[in-house]
Ligand binder design. Structure first.
Ligand code: WTA
Length: 678
């Protein structure tokens, strides 16, 4: 069906550069050991051998390190002139200036040239046992067709395409097609509501949306196209919606809609890649902050791709021929960096997981590991905690001998979950890497690996900074804590290529959020502890962002929705420890004077509102109606106090003397106890 692949300029130049790379390799100066681990190390000064020495060198001579890695690991259309030009105090971040490249050529064409029949994607569809494999040749063809389709419909370099799709090969091809023609993509998690989608489309100023007729997850069908229809009503910028078919059910098409599968067949399977500057935008990805408005973090071409590729290779010890199983949805940064860009840049085989850990039964992950022979499995602690409850038999039923590394991401992994993952899933054979990072960091910044093969791994600790990463901890006065066995605000003292460059259309907010709290440093929003040995352990967010089942959400976003209810005067939303979800959502709600309602009815109504305006996962687990909220005399809600109440830590309530009305707290405590007893 598909026409045979013709080799075009991009392929030829990729091949030429691959050949010349060998010819121009730097003279060997350092020990063979390090070079065997990391080929670039051959050009590093003598003595840079071993993982620790490499890490030290990467921080001490960041320019030398990243220049060598960028030249070696990326295919450039034009070489870069300058490694970096960054000033963290002003929020200026620029890497590999003067360089030109195409991300899709790096992820596809160069592998098609060397190994066209290697499997690029394994789509683990929701329906168990119906996986579909796509080779690099097939994925390139699909990407080219989408690229040509978008171009024919007027999508140009610099435009931003919103992708609202489940995790599937066409979503990956759509991301790569944007990259191929120079458009940015904005993937919106397909669990978001029409309103949340509309807000992201409007903010990204997208004129094109790509979606599917229906999504399928855990056997349930969701009407994604209908959600897009509702969203675009309030998006005047949208001109066209491409609709692919995930199921056989036809959907009503509007004048704006274009049937994607059919139209792709009309396109040429070769698409000229655009030459992109290193700092052109690759994608926007919306994430939650401490205000009610999600922020569109901006990632650019070369630095992001390089960082995703390098971390994928070294944190997970990914080798050619391995099957990499990251079960994150492509709607989150983990899906971007470790289901798509990192593995594909490395010529790897990557799994796209469409289902859930318990569908059709709690053996789903391990059945998949056996069937697809997954070598690296990368998932979230919340899923691990859920699976522990179902018992070890669901794991042991399946052959997991292919597994070599287990990864954890998105939230702190408690020791019990870590031990179970290590002992039961990995049979104590596989290192467990607890990886700390964020949408903002683009890729993993702290993880136990890379480290020397016999180096210790401490359960529940992210431990070691990655190459080029220099974490620091700050005290309450903003001074760097230099000793060990201390806790503080986690900042980065140096820029790295994978970091976000700005917030779309809000550079000032970027500067205020990340650069101003500790001038000269990048502030992560997390707190961390540094152990006696110098290892890092993340202690949690320092702002009003919570993490529900690994999904990041700002409490202010939920409050904004709750406060829109006509009966509500004000509210305060707090995260509390939840034994499966990591954190649950607890809402304190004050009703307007004179309002008479059934609390149960209103609770239901508020939950529906949150689900409609944001997403289901953001719905409160508990809603407590209170007469008033504890406030300071200047009118600020004392969230610290509310947090202690929901955590049942009454001894830790602290100093209440600054409260406007201390009796409010006593009432809240009593009602909280009643609610728990219900
Ligand atoms: C949290 C997900 C503890 C952290 C990749 C961070 C973690 C936020 C870990 C980013 C970890 C992520 N241990 N906490 N290993 N990984 N977090 O942007 O609070 O969705 O700031 O990126 O998740 O969430 P995001």
């Amino acid at each position: 069906m598909w026409p045979p692949c013709r080799i075009r300029c991009a392929l030829k130049s990729a091949a030429a550069s691959l050949r010349s790379r060998g010819a121009s390799a730097s003279p060997r100066r350092s020990s063979g050991n390090a070079a065997a681990f990391m080929p670039e190390a051959a050009g590093f000064p003598a003595g840079v051998s071993g993982r620790d020495a490499l890490r030290d060198f990467s921080v001490a001579d960041g320019d030398g390190f990243w220049a060598a890695v960028a030249r070696h690991r990326l295919h450039w259309i034009r070489p870069f002139r300058r490694v970096q030009d960054c000033d963290l105090s002003r929020g200026r971040i620029s890497w590999f200036e003067g360089g030109e490249l195409n991300v899709s050529v790096n992820c596809l064409d160069r592998h098609v040239h060397t190994c066209p029949e290697r499997v690029a994607l394994i789509w683990e569809r929701d329906e168990r046992g119906s996986e579909v494999r796509y080779t690099y040749r097939e994925l390139l063809e699909m990407t080219c067709r989408v690229g040509n389709l978008l171009r024919r419909h007027g999508v140009k370099k610099g435009d931003c395409v919103t992708i609202y799709m489940p995790t599937c090969p066409l979503a990956v091809a759509s991301m790569l097609a944007c990259a191929r023609i120079g458009a940015a993509h904005n993937v919106v998690f397909a669990g978001f509501s029409a309103e949340a989608l509309a807000e992201r489309i409007r903010d990204a100023e997208s004129s094109t949306v790509i979606t599917v007729n229906q999504g399928v997850r855990a056997g349930k069908v969701s009407e994604l196209k209908r959600t897009v229809d509702a969203a675009v009503q309030s998006c005047p910028t949208v001109r066209q919606v491409f609709v692919a078919m995930r199921t056989d059910s036809p959907v009503a098409m509007t004048a704006m809609d274009i049937p994607m599968d059919e139209e792709m067949l009309k396109e040429d399977a070769v698409c000229e890649p655009a030459a992109m500057d290193s700092e052109d935008v690759l994608f926007l990805l919306y994430t939650s902050g401490s205000t009610g408005k999600p922020k569109g973090l901006v990632h650019t071409q070369a630095g992001y791709l390089l960082y995703a590729a390098l971390t994928h290779r070294y944190v997970f010890s990914y080798h050619d021929g391995d099957v990499f199983g990251c079960v994150a949805d492509i709607g989150w940064i983990t899906g971007h960096s470790y289901a798509v860009y990192g593995p594909l840049a490395n010529g790897g085989t990557t799994v796209l997981f469409e289902s859930t850990p318990v569908y059709p039964d709690p053996g789903r992950y391990w059945d998949m590991v056996e069937r697809l022979k997954i070598n690296q499995f990368y998932g979230a602690p919340t899923a691990i905690r859920l699976l522990i409850k179902y018992g070890d038999q669901w794991v042991k039923k399946y052959d997991r001998s292919s597994l070599k590394t287990l990864g954890s991401v998105g939230e702190p992994i408690n020791t019990e979950a870590w031990e179970w993952y290590h002992r039961v899933v990995g049979e104590k054979r596989c290192p467990v890497v607890d990886t700390w990072w964020q949408t903002e960091t683009g890729g993993i910044c702290i993880a136990p690996k890379p480290s020397d093969p016999d180096a210790e791994i401490v359960p529940g600790m992210a431990m070691r900074p990655f190459f080029g990463i220099k974490p620091v901890l700050m005290d309450a006065e903003g001074k760097v804590l230099t000793s060990n066995n201390v806790s503080g605000a986690l900042c980065m003292a140096q820029p790295w290529p994978g970091m976000a460059r700005t917030i779309h259309n809000h550079h000032q907010r970027f500067i205020e959020t990340y650069c101003q709290p500790y001038p000269g440093y990048f502030f992560t929003g997390d707190g961390a502890y540094r152990s006696e040995e110098g290892y890092y352990q993340i202690t949690g967010r320092l702002d009003d962002v919570i993490n529900v089942s690994g999904h990041r959400i700002g409490t202010a976003e939920i409050e904004d929705v709750v406060n829109k209810c006509p009966e509500v005067a004000e509210s305060a939303v707090i995260g509390y420890s939840h034994n499966i979800k990591g954190q649950g959502v607890y809402a304190f709600v004050v009703l307007k004077k004179g309002v008479e309602v059934q609390e149960a009815d209103l609770s239901k109504q508020l939950s529906n509102m949150v689900s409609e305006k944001i997403a289901k996962y953001a719905c409160p687990d508990f809603i407590q109606f209170v007469k008033r909220l504890p406030k300071t005399r200047s009118g600020k809600i004392m969230r610290r106090v509310l947090r202690k109440v929901v955590e049942c830590d009454l001894d830790g309530l602290g100093d209440l003397s600054t409260l406007d009305d201390p009796a409010a707290v006593q009432e809240i405590i009593e009602d909280h106890e009643k609610l728990l007893r219900k």
